[in-house]
Each structure stands twice: as C-alpha cells, then as structure tokens.
Design a protein around this ligand. Structure first.
Ligand code: SF4
Length: 399
C-alpha cells in the first residue's frame, strides 16, 4: 500500500525520535532546556513527554546563533542493514514497519511544511542500506533539492553515515549547517556490546575525522558544526570512560556538542530486558560536559565513585566543592576567575560580572550577587563577602 507523504512522515519521524543530536530534540521543548543546563537543581528530570497533538516528526534545534527553532526530524528510510542491539530500526526486527522516502518526495514535502510555517529546519538521518556512501547519496540528493530547487536557506542537519566516503562527507558539509555521527559508545570494546556490525574507529570515528580534515583544508566548510551522541548505560561503560572520550573528541575534532541519551529498552531487540538508565545519570553527564566546555574543569577535578560513575545525589560542581574544603570559602573580592567558576551557583556570566564590578565595588550581601544573576543561596556557603560568610547572613534572615 502506497502511503501519503504525511503518513510516511509520521512513521519515519517517530523512528527518528531516539536521536538527540540535533540539540534539544526532546518532544517537549521546555524539557530539553532543563536537561542541558549546568547549574541544575538536584531533582531528577522528568522524562520528556510529548503532548498528544504534537507531530512525531516535530523537534527543536538550537541554531549556532542560539535561537531555538522547530524542525522536521525524520529518517530517509527505516530499513537498515545494521544490527544495533538497542535500536527499533535494526535489521530483522519484525515489529518495525519499514518505509522509505524518495529524495524528491521528501524535499517537496519539507518545502510545503516550511512554507506553511510549521518548521524552520530539517534534521535528516537514515537507516543504512547499501553502505554509508550509498545511503548518504539519498540524503544528500534530498538536501540538494531543498537547497537548489526549493531555495531553502534555513537550518539543515545531516547525518554522516557509518563508513561514508570523503566525497559524500564533503557534499554533506557543503549543504548542512550541522553534521553528526552518533558514536553511541566511548570506545571499540564498548561499542561491541551495542552492535555486531558497526566499527568504532573505521566506520564512526573516521567520518568525523574526515569532516574535520576537510574543514581544516577548506576553512569555508568550518561554518558547519559537528556533534555526536552517546547512548548511556547498556554497554556497561563508566561515566569516566564517556567523559575521557568526550574530552578527546572536543580537543581532536572540535565538536560543538555531545549529547547523552539515557538508554530505554525497546521490545524485540537484544537489549529488551536490559534495565533502563536513570535519566539523572544523563543529566549528570550534561552538567559535567558543561563544566568541561564552559567552566574550564579538567578530568582530574571530577569526582567519580569506585565504579567510575558520577554521583547521582549531588551535581558534579557541588561534589567538587564539598571534596575540597581547603579551597572554600573563597573571597569573592579577590578570587581568580577560575576559582569563581568553581563556586556552585556562579556561572561564567555572573563570574565575569563580579570581576567587572569589583574593581569599583565591594560586595557585602548575597542580594548583590543575586542581582548579577548568580544562584546566590547556593553559592553562600562557599564564599566570603567582605570577609564574612554570607551563609551567616542567610541564617540571620531566616530566623
Ligand atoms: S545503524 Fe544502528 S542505530 Fe542506526 S538505524 Fe541502523 S540499527 Fe539503528
């Protein structure tokens, strides 16, 4: 039976739902913002919920200018020759209904959606059929039509497929604002626990490395950003392994972001009986990722338990501060920027404002820090204001 474009998009959009690598692709746009913040309250995040009237293909992406936009998020095909043990689209899974877009069909359908103002961008992934390069020929053909025939200048995110060749990668970078390869695991040994047909270095790292090499050779291509995603939990990997790999990826490949997808089992897959991963674990990884990228933390400063896991009951920045009583409380008036950034409750913006203002101003109350955007109550026990601990001010106020 031939399906209408809209019916196909419902199916292929639903199949793409597990990929977080377009940033904030949770169905509930608010849930994604909460999940990605560094200075996070300690409660576990609610799993994203999708309002009933929201289309399965509708997601939200963050453009490089920081603007959140609605995007069409879909697979080109839900047929796949790979066997990833966690995936609803894996080969041989009977429950999966397979559908495939033709490039012109997808391009024309997307054009209608964006012209009606329902989306401002496209996130296009795909199952793998005929190898990475042949698969990318289809996604590239669709993106090419969208750019040239339909003259769409907005946001496009394209997947680089496992084992794709350099020419396909180059064309994808030319067409897209963002490209990604989901590594899913932090190294070869862990990936073997997730797939018998994907190869970590030759098939997944290689396209990212090729993309970075192209960007070095042709600086104009470097306007396209690169991201990746890990599926957290089912390979038995530790948080330390994930974070160590993340640091290497940021350094070597200059990735814009890394996403952490808490594993949830899917029926009729080899991991259907594996326990789901606590979403709080993914949140701790996001918080840690922020500490690395925006606060200047190093691997050595992070606290892991004996199993290599981040504490779940405390955010990683507070865990650091509590483990270093010799460094706190520190004097807001004289502390270095790097020291301020290690105070729970102070972020890069509030730290910078403190540095700017303190040249002419002496901070004496936590309200002054609040006015700068700091989470001053949280910071209070770790700082001195005018030589005194504001925690005592708080105690006095609360009597
Ligand atoms: S390559 Fe793996 S994760 Fe991607 S669609 Fe195929 S089975 Fe799923």
């Amino acid at each position: 039976m031939q399906l209408e474009f809209s019916d196909k998009l419902e199916l292929l959009g639903g199949d793409a739902a597990n990929d977080l690598a377009c940033q904030s692709c949770a169905a509930n746009p608010n849930a994604a913002v909460v999940t990605h913040r560094a200075n996070q309250p300690l409660a576990a995040p609610e799993p994203p919920t999708r309002p009933r009237d929201l289309k399965p293909w509708l997601a939200y992406a963050m453009r490089s200018d920081g603007k959140r936009i609605p995007v069409v998020k879909t697979l080109m095909t839900s047929a796949c020759e790979k066997d990833c043990y966690y995936c609803a689209t894996r080969r041989g899974r009977n429950a999966a209904r397979r559908e495939t877009f033709k490039p012109e069909e997808l391009a024309a359908g997307f054009n209608l959606i964006q012209q009606r103002g329902l989306a401002q961008g496209l996130f296009l992934s795909s199952g793998v059929i005929g190898g990475g390069t042949r698969t990318m020929e289809k996604t590239i053909a669709a993106a090419d039509l969208i750019r040239r025939k339909y003259e769409f200048r907005g946001y496009i995110h394209l997947k680089l497929m496992p084992g794709a060749e350099r020419a396909a990668i180059e064309r994808a970078i030319q067409l897209a604002d963002r490209v990604s390869v989901n590594l899913e695991a932090p190294n070869t040994a862990r990936l073997r626990k997730l797939s018998g047909t994907k190869h970590f270095t030759a098939e997944l790292l290689a396209p990212l490395r090729a993309a970075r090499a192209l960007m070095r050779e042709q600086p104009a291509l470097a306007r396209t950003s690169m991201v990746t995603q890990f599926v957290v939990g089912p390979a038995g990997e530790t948080d330390r392994e994930i974070i160590a790999t993340a640091i290497r990826l940021y350094q070597e490949l200059r990735l814009a972001r890394i996403y952490f997808n808490a594993f949830r089992p899917i029926s009729e897959t080899p991991l259907e009986n594996h326990a789901p991963t606590d979403p709080l674990r993914a949140l701790r990884l996001y918080q840690t990722d922020f500490l690395l990228r925006q606060y200047g933390f190093t691997l050595d400063e992070l606290l892991f338990d004996a199993n290599g896991l981040l504490p779940l009951d405390t955010d990683p920045k507070t865990a650091y501060a509590l483990a270093h009583p010799e460094k706190f409380p520190l004097d807001v008036q004289t502390a270095e920027r790097a020291e301020l950034l290690r105070v729970p409750g102070l972020g890069p913006k509030s730290a910078q404002r403190i540095l700017d203002l303190r040249r002419t101003h002496t901070f004496t109350t936590i309200q002054e820090l609040k006015n700068l955007g700091a989470d001053a109550e949280r910071a209070a026990r770790f700082i001195l204001l005018n030589g005194k601990q504001p925690a005592r001010q708080l105690a006095l106020f609360s009597v």
